[in-house]
Design a binder for this molecule. Structure first.
Ligand SMILES: *[C@@H]1O[C@H](CO)[C@@H](O)[C@H](O)[C@H]1NC(C)=O
Ligand SMILES: *[C@@H]1O[C@H](CO)[C@@H](O)[C@H](O)[C@H]1NC(C)=O
Ligand SMILES: *[C@@H]1O[C@H](CO)[C@@H](O)[C@H](O)[C@H]1NC(C)=O
Ligand SMILES: *[C@@H]1O[C@H](CO)[C@@H](O)[C@H](O)[C@H]1NC(C)=O
Ligand SMILES: *[C@@H]1O[C@H](CO)[C@@H](O)[C@H](O)[C@H]1NC(C)=O
Length: 364
């Protein structure tokens, strides 16, 4: 994997950090040379701001990141609409599998769409699994819209590229479908009066409807990211009591969803033949990165409580990362680039935990 030169001094730090990364309890299987087989023809990305590669740039919303200091470490300093200083976890997945970074659907011309067969990104910041999640902040692509757009890609574009039905079927079955969506549903609709079980069941039900739709369209290999520990993110801890501590009730509610999600994949695998799932425990990866402490101090030398941008953050709405924000000098000294999203270094460490250490990601 190509390593940005700015990251090299951090390698030692990475390996120190990873000693703390939580692991999924599972007996190690026979090690595959490439996790989940590889040889994918394409990477199709469905998700929210964790993996948005620029779709929101083209939507009527204030939730955008196509300005500095976003992208300061992306291909020489390009703000692309990614919500980080550099690559996202979807980018590192593409790199691991030898595929180009999946371009944002909303930024592609019809000609480009007709010419692409290595994957497209439909992810959209602020949106979620429920149709209305995030819409208060402007337009975004909900999960069902994203799957609609993928169907449109098949009908309008891929059917031109793959002339016979069997070629198209082979392309779809040989492609990787990554999903990372659902945390905004918690951010917008979950509160202390919500029944966590009921909420998780309802959300998972809607998620699985769309997974089955993707399967119906021909998808066979799924890379399913679970939901992040929102209760320990800067936007939450800056307002939690005591100040700086994690919201453990919120984390428990999200963990409850993740447990149900993991179980449902086992059921789906039994139901669908020739379909496989990779379950990525992003929740515990991010908790491990933060360190065991519930208050202020990270165990791994990276600042895990305050975002890089804005450099002074109190959890207030007016202090989000905006074009005028001052930001930290070296994003890699932080886990979080803005109050809601990780830095490129955190994303890179995730890819090491998933693909090299094989602890974060587990084939179902
Ligand atoms: C964009 O959204 C705002 C607020 O939701 C609305 O007032 C405005 O008319 C929209 N602009 C366009 C071009 O649709
Ligand atoms: C089509 O894709 C190829 C390689 O993927 C690229 O070299 C070429 O410029 C593209 N053509 C158009 C019209 O986008
Ligand atoms: C979400 O919207 C789609 C159409 O855009 C609709 O088919 C679906 O039933 C809606 N889902 C819910 C739960 O309302
Ligand atoms: C909690 O969420 C429910 C449902 O979304 C909403 O009706 C209620 O007003 C919320 N309560 C608080 C205290 O925010
Ligand atoms: C993290 O960064 C913030 C803002 O720069 C600073 O106030 C805080 O002390 C740092 N925390 C640690 C544990 O270094």
């Amino acid at each position: 994997m190509g390593l940005p030169s700015s990251l090299k001094p951090c390698l030692l730090l990475i390996f120190l950090c990873l000693l703390n990364v939580s692991t999924i309890n599972s007996k190690p299987l026979r090690e595959e040379p490439v996790l989940f087989g590889g040889n994918f023809q394409a990477l199709y990305v469905i998700g929210d701001s964790l993996v948005d590669s620029g779709n929101n740039n083209n939507l009527n919303t204030s939730v955008k990141s196509n300005f500095a200091p976003y992208g300061s470490d992306f291909e020489g300093g390009k703000p692309t609409g990614r919500f980080s200083n550099g690559k996202t976890i979807a980018d590192y997945i593409a790199i691991y599998y030898g595929l180009p970074l999946a371009p944002a659907y909303m930024g592609l011309s019809e000609e480009q769409k007709n010419n692409i067969s290595t994957g497209i990104n439909y992810a959209s910041a602020s949106c979620g699994i429920f149709n209305n999640t995030g819409k208060r902040l402007g337009d975004c692509l909900s999960l069902s819209r994203q799957v609609d757009l993928f169907k449109k890609t098949i009908d309008n574009n891929l059917k031109k590229k793959f002339k016979t039905k069997s070629e198209l079927t082979k392309h779809l079955a040989g492609s990787l479908f990554m999903t990372a969506i659902g945390i905004n549903d918690y951010a917008f609709y979950y509160n202390s009066t919500t029944d966590p079980n009921e909420f998780a069941n309802k959300l998972l039900h809607e998620f699985l409807i769309q997974i089955q739709r993707l399967h119906g369209l021909g998808a066979r290999k799924f890379f399913i990211n679970n939901l992040k520990p929102l209760g320990c993110y800067p936007n939450v801890i800056a307002r939690n009591v005591p100040l700086g501590s994690c919201d453990n009730n919120l984390n428990l509610a999200v963990a409850n969803y993740n447990t149900k999600l993991r179980k449902s994949l086992t059921h789906l695998k039994e139901k669908f033949s020739e379909t496989s799932f990779l379950y990525s425990d992003y929740f515990n990866f991010m908790l491990g990165l933060r360190g065991p402490s519930t208050n202020q101090v990270s165990s791994n030398l990276m600042n895990s409580t305050s975002p890089c941008c804005p450099s002074v953050y109190d959890g207030g709405r007016v202090t989000s990362c905006t074009p005028g924000s001052s930001s930290c000098k070296v994003p890699d000294t932080h886990i979080f680039f803005d109050p809601f999203h990780p830095t490129q270094l955190a994303n890179f460490m995730y890819s090491i935990g998933c693909f090299q250490q094989r602890k974060v990601c587990q084939v179902v």
